[in-house]
Design a binder for this molecule. Sequence first.
Ligand SMILES: Cc1cc2nc3c(=O)[nH]c(=O)nc-3n(C[C@H](O)[C@H](O)[C@H](O)COP(=O)(O)OP(=O)(O)OC[C@H]3O[C@@H](n4cnc5c(N)ncnc54)[C@H](O)[C@@H]3O)c2cc1C
Length: 568
Amino acid sequence: MKKHEHDLVIVGGGAAGLRAAVAAREFVDDVAIISKVNVLRSHSVTAQGGIAASLGNTEAGKDDSWRVHFKDTVRGGDGLVDHDACEVLTRGAPEAVLELNNMGVPFSRTKDGRLDQRPFGGHRLPRSLYAADRTGHGIAYALYGENVRLGVNIYDEYFLLDLLTSEETVEGVTAYDIRSGEVVGFSAKSVILATGGCTQAFEYTSSGAASTGDGLAIALRNGIPVEDMEFIQFHPTGLAGSGILISEAARGEGGYLLNDDGERFMKRYNPDMMELSPRDQVVRAMQHEINRGKGIDGGNHLHLDLTHLSQRTLWEKLPTISQIAKDYANVDPSETPIPVQPTAHYCMGGIPVTLDGRVKLHEEGKNWDNLFAAGEAACLSVHGANRLGTNSLLEAVLFGKRVGKAAAKAARRGERGQVGGDDLAEKDDMLGSLLASDGSGRVGALRCQLQETMSSRCGVFRSGEELEQAAAEIQDIKREFEENLHLDDKGRTFNTELRSALELKNMLEFASAIVNGGYERTESRGSHYRLDFPEKDDGEWAVHTFIKKGQGGNYRLSYRPVRTGESG
Ligand SMILES: Cc1cc2nc3c(=O)[nH]c(=O)nc-3n(C[C@H](O)[C@H](O)[C@H](O)COP(=O)(O)OP(=O)(O)OC[C@H]3O[C@@H](n4cnc5c(N)ncnc54)[C@H](O)[C@@H]3O)c2cc1C
């Protein structure tokens, strides 16, 4: 079986992985990225609205500073933002975006040639730099170019199967080479997990098909905790029916939300910030309207009205979403409002890390020596219980760079790990038994069941009873997966059914953590709203949730207080 050796292996080629690789190349020569999709198909490429930094480039935003950005982020995070991490994020933002500009990201400009900035939800000043509504595309392509220039080894279409560890040191990883069908070993001196988000576990989602939280599940199976998983962000404006994202930039540029009466209902929920209130508030307001029968024609969607915006704004600043509305909803947004509904969008939680991205062993204290995480897969607690739009690309590139540096330095000090033939044979057997499975349950149907459970019982509004039911349904799906699966495609190369089965197994793993964390948190905060506990309870719950898989497969929960301080 094949083995590769590199100083640093980064799993994931989205904004975080690509930025980490560029930073790492300053310190080590031999950097590799492994990605289950072509890196330019990573979800980061689809990011639309922008990236936040307090440059203060526009007249309306001229008083901006990192302190205002910090305060907005802390306020949006509803009491769960760790202040030290948030200070690093907001202080470092201007430098992080200017570096991207220097790498060639085609940011949109003001008339006098400065980098333009537009308003976004929860940010009190226009702070979002953007490249029309294709910001992620611009960032990913510029970073990819840097990776090619620096000679980073890119392994596209390799699916991470597991970490190889010995006593809190990572030796490398195993992966399934989707093209050849082989199990391949990668030994490394340090490893970064930058495997992205997990909202494919929900029925309506804005995330790409690859956002199946593989890194989270692999962490859980290796005894690594996950943090704050109950905080799943629902974005207000998914295209009705499909969940495809219509960027918040549409509201940033002046779009309205209307109910069936044609009323701008946000004036009853947050008259100051209206449609640009933090996402958790807008989503709850929308769901309230839908639940009280004020969805369009009494259905489960509302209208995003852009008809009053100029053609020029639509085509210069919002071309992608205008096209999406035409292609997928048959609506010309210059003439007709776009039908929208809340869509699962982002995971505030993830693998807990230090400010340099080192993976934590426990809620406090010890960390892994040479295992790191970055981007949406990691939890730095910069977003707390609710992320503000445009802060995620920022987190991915800013911390991507820090983590790339730290991991490369660890690689310089470290020994290359050992990947044994037995490790590979064990994974090969696992794939073999999945392929041989001959029950009657189909991967696609089970995946749909999981998505329906998560959307209907663990969505915008939750209750103890619904979450208990969700936990039971997930167990049933797990059982069906383990005891009664059937794969039609028995081949090894480009077996998309096998790949989906691996992803489903991973989604079932972390979905239990989301539901468990949500069940235990008997309060409402940020994106986690309990109908049976509607109040925020700072006395009891201003804490981060840690979930670890114990012996026998049970999930163990523990907590740590939020780090607050003088910053800002
Ligand atoms: C439609 C949409 C629009 C958005 N718009 C914005 C925005 O305007 N501003 C903003 O700040 N944020 C936005 N976000 C959020 C932001 O884009 C993401 O949080 C961020 O890009 C995540 O970057 P990442 O590098 O962590 O992960 P991703 O870009 O998701 O990359 C994950 C990588 O991991 C790899 N991977 C995953 N599992 C495996 C495996 N098992 N084996 C091998 N490789 C694996 C994938 O192949 C991929 O390369 C948006 C999100 C969505 C869904």
